[in-house]
Design a protein around this ligand. Structure first.
Ligand SMILES: NC(=O)c1ccc[n+]([C@@H]2O[C@H](COP(=O)([O-])OP(=O)(O)OC[C@H]3O[C@@H](n4cnc5c(N)ncnc54)[C@H](O)[C@@H]3O)[C@@H](O)[C@H]2O)c1
Length: 317
């Protein structure tokens, strides 16, 4: 409806939820407002309220998602709670009598059966849109590389190599990200972005996975309720796809001495493209033109109103 405000609610206002609050504020001229939040953690609630007050956005505060749903205040919901809570919250949203569109932070859920349950439930509600926030797709250097690949410039994609070399996981509310049972594990929590990109680049589904990983450096001296974290901090993963393409992930989470956090290389039978994050540089060339023909460009997207936020998004896991 022309002129109507789309009313958002944010479920989970920790680091990501507050990031969404700020980003939605930057979309306010497009007819968007955040009207409610739900989070049981008082310090998170307070930080979100402080932000909203600085935007002069009055917020209704709930301690749980069910009360927010039943309030009927919102049209669209952002779910930015710890991974192990996504399944219950999504099922309650999808099955609620009032339709709410929903953007859920990655990963969708922490188990395959829970993912399938959510997908099947969402398919039965054609009146609502359920989107998983896999935002690496939209980062300017990655989006540019996707455009180059989908434009056929590299030919048939045969190999996708993604290196993520970065700092350890940050501290989260109640340290939920320190245990596989909560996050789904490092390769789910952090690397679902990269398996998503591999599928996108090769245009196929995985059929076989080989992997080797370990807990070698990080979090070994931390103890929570008598338990030491069980999440791996480095891995090599090879994925084979049903069209014969291959992907490889090289993950290291004790690699602060890196210029880029992600280096993405896509090679087809005609050419090769690379993206570097956060440098925001893209390089591409063809076998025919050789090294001298490699083009380098700085990837930018002027439609993004809050660039610093998007480029820093990988820094807040
Ligand atoms: N897209 C990305 O690049 C990216 C980056 C970081 C995190 N994430 C994802 O965002 C989600 C949140 O991560 P975060 O870094 O903001 O964590 P966080 O710990 O900073 O915040 C989580 C918040 O959710 C609240 N919460 C817990 N259970 C809840 C429930 N049942 N209902 C409502 N609120 C609840 C907590 O109190 C906390 O305030 C996770 O799924 C994470 O994987 C995505």
């Amino acid at each position: 409806m022309a002129g109507a405000i789309v009313k958002y609610g944010i479920i989970g206002v920790g680091m990501m939820g507050r990031e969404h609050l700020v980003n939605l504020y930057h979309l306010r001229t497009q007819g968007v407002a955040v009207v409610a939040i739900a989070d049981p953690h008082l310090p998170s609630q307070q930080l979100a309220l402080d932000l909203a007050h600085s935007f002069t956005w009055p917020l209704k505060v709930f301690s749980g998602h069910q009360e927010l749903l039943d309030s009927g205040l919102c049209d669209v919901l952002v779910v930015s709670t710890p991974n192990m809570t996504h399944h219950r919250i999504l099922m309650d949203i999808i099955n609620h009598s009032k339709p709410h569109h929903v953007l859920v932070e990655k990963p969708l859920c922490t188990t395959i059966s829970h993912c399938k349950e959510v997908v099947n439930a969402a398919r039965k509600r054609p009146d609502i849109l359920v989107q998983v926030g896999l935002e690496y797709r939209y980062m300017p250097p990655v989006a540019k590389l996707i455009e180059i690949v989908k434009g056929g410039n590299l030919g048939h994609v045969k190999m996708v190599a993604i290196r993520e070399h970065r700092f350890p996981f940050l501290v989260k509310v109640n340290n939920w990200n320190r245990f596989n049972i909560n996050s789904g594990g490092t390769l789910v929590e952090k690397c679902c972005h990269f398996f998503d990109l591999m599928r996108l680049f090769v245009g196929a589904n995985p059929v076989r996975v080989m992997a080797s990983g370990a807990i070698d450096v990080n979090h070994k001296d931390e103890v929570y309720d008598g338990k030491v974290p069980d999440i791996i901090d480095n891995a090599y993963v090879i994925v084979e796809f049903d069209n014969g393409s291959r992907g490889m992930l090289d993950l290291c989470m004790f690699a602060e001495g890196s210029k880029n956090e992600q280096e993405i290389s896509v090679v087809g039978d005609i050419g090769k493209g690379e993206a570097f994050v956060p440098e925001s540089v893209v390089q591409f060339g063809t076998r025919e033109a050789g090294r001298d023909g490699v083009q380098t460009l700085k990837a930018e997207d002027h439609r993004i109103k809050w660039v610093a936020s998007l480029l820093n998004i990988s820094s807040i896991n």
